[in-house]
Design a binder for this molecule. Structure first.
Ligand code: ACM
Ligand code: ZN
Length: 517
């Protein structure tokens, strides 16, 4: 503790006045796998005319031949010398990652040390999730965050597009989703909740919300593709779906009075029309997102109305289910088969582990790490996004100093301390596809606030996902983060003020649950 405190104080004093004369691979995030520095400095041209890309170098091919395929594709080598910059890669994706490493160096300082870099990612999935349902931030915000992810050599943006607080994607077969439940009274989620969940129309002067048209989605997907970032759309089911019941009450569970329950939190799994609804929505979603993964939610179903709904009760009897949770497993298996037959793989939150995991399902572990540990030991691929480390809606500094947030303290150091294979037996490490930081937005109504919660903690997630574990060191990372924050600010991002972080958060003396000791 005393040693940590000493290191923090010394580094803080140094960093305030530390003026780097040059940029180089020792200053970027994520830290490269290997680099060497040599005498000399090259002044980068801003137009990129001094960068040469080589995609068919036999020497480079030999260098990467023993890497896993996903790492080969993103690998690059980069050299800066007196004649300019050379980037070697096997693919456009690898060359792009190299160009982004260079761009980060240029943004830090256009004078770059002569260097040689050889670099590739530790994990194939390095992502951020944005919750567009609870607060719709719109296309310009999303494109701006895609630029940030690219600069951090991340490759996945997961969009939480549907939830009780608003449906955010145009679906032609079901226009009520965007005509009636994409707009609400109450800019802040909790105001809307306190008012009894009122939805409204777009032309109401007090309407908050919005949705992505199909053209918006095509634009976002194309923009992300140019930056070698995949978008994972999430269509929630069966929980977190009150907005669907409000838009189409005939799809909801039926109460003992024989009437629909549009305020039900969950979809009615007993109603065949509800299942047709989901299939139709997913057909339209698949046309827009050309990737192998579709996230189907699966978390936090309340299951209360299923106990009284005649349709759900009939389904349970027909399928021989003794427990209402069987309905969730039934739906997940049905949708997984529907999507698998169309060439897609489902991702679900870790609750899906409990109700009979379909063969190909990939699990996103969020209730800490146990769901991911279990699923990987059952032979399933896993993306780690534990709320014990990488929930970016949680406090990043002491509660008294921060805007209202969720949960406990997840300071930069706490996030950085995470290793995605922690607790996973080595024989299952290959099932850990990577990690993701999740930014739920119940308490985050504005884009600038969202960026404040994202940066610099997304820097830590990028480095955990890319840099080998034995090359990660927090205090060196923190120095690089301080400089990159300045770059992000100059590019117009809001960030947390790391220079004013309290010592308690910096020293990282946290209880198991993340609270400061
Ligand atoms: C979640 O945080 N409910 C996935
Ligand atoms: Zn029902």
């Amino acid at each position: 503790m005393i040693r940590d405190l000493f290191v923090v104080v010394v580094l803080n004093v140094l960093s305030i006045n530390m003026l780097y004369a040059y940029s180089g691979p020792d200053r970027i995030i994520p830290a490269p796998v290997e680099y060497t520095l040599s005498e000399g400095v090259y002044s980068l041209k801003c137009d990129g005319s001094d960068v040469k890309i080589y995609l068919s170098s036999p020497d480079f091919a030999r260098k990467v031949e023993n890497l896993p395929d996903y790492a080969k594709e993103e690998a690059y080598a980069l050299s800066v010398g007196k004649k300019g910059v050379k980037i070697y890669a096997l693919t456009d994706e690898g060359a792009f990652r190299g160009r982004q490493a260079l761009e980060q160096m240029r943004l830090l300082d256009k004078d770059v040390r002569y260097c040689e870099i050889f670099d590739y990612p530790r994990f194939r999935h390095r992502g951020i999730m944005l919750d567009e349902s609870r607060s719709f931030k719109g296309k310009a915000f999303i494109l701006k965050q895609i630029d940030a992810l690219a600069l951090l050599r991340m490759n996945v943006l997961h969009l939480h597009l549907t939830d009780a607080a608003g449906w955010r994607i145009q679906i032609d077969a079901y226009p009520n989703l965007t005509d009636h439940v994409a707009w609400r009274r109450g800019e802040v989620y909790h105001e809307w909740e306190a008012m009894g969940y009122p939805f409204t129309n777009a032309d109401d002067p007090q309407a908050y919300g919005g949705f992505y048209t199909k053209d918006d989605i095509r634009e976002i997907v194309a923009y992300a593709a140019e930056r070698h970032i995949d978008i994972i759309p999430e269509i929630e089911m069966p929980g977190h779906s009150m907005e669907v019941n409000r838009a189409y009450p005939e799809l909801s569970c039926v109460g003992p009075d024989g009437k629909p329950r549009p305020f039900s939190w969950d979809l009615c799994v007993g109603n065949d029309q509800t299942i047709r609804f989901l299939e139709t929505v997913l057909e339209e979603v698949m046309e827009l997102f050309p990737y192998k993964y579709i996230h189907i939610g699966g978390d936090e179903a309340v299951k209360k109305d299923w106990e009284v709904c005649v349709n759900c009760q009939r389904r349970m009897k027909e399928e021989g289910m003794s427990d209402k949770s069987g309905l969730q497993g039934y739906l997940v298996r049905h949708i997984e088969k529907f999507l698998r037959e169309r060439g897609k793989i489902i991702i679900g939150w870790d609750e899906i582990v409990e109700t009979g995991l379909p063969e190909q399902a990939t699990v996103m572990s969020w209730r800490g790490t146990p769901g991911g540990i279990k699923a990987s030991s059952m032979g399933h691929d896993v993306i780690m996004s534990p709320n014990t480390y990488v929930y970016l809606d949680y406090y990043q500094d002491l509660i008294k100093k921060e805007p209202r947030a969720v949960g406990h303290l997840q300071s930069l150091r706490h996030v950085y301390s995470y290793d995605p294979v922690e607790g996973i037996s080595p024989e299952y490490h290959h099932h850990i596809l990577g990690l993701q930081g999740n930014l739920w937005c119940e308490l985050i109504p504005y884009p600038s606030h969202a960026e404040y919660m994202l940066y610099p903690r997304a820097f830590a997630i990028a480095e955990i996902g890319w840099t080998p574990q034995d090359k990660r060191e927090f205090f060196a990372f923190r120095e690089r983060a301080l400089a990159l924050i300045q770059v992000f600010r100059s590019l117009g991002y809001s960030t947390f003020d790391l220079t004013n972080e309290t010592l308690k958060a910096q020293t990282g003396r946290l209880r198991f649950d993340g609270f400061p000791l």
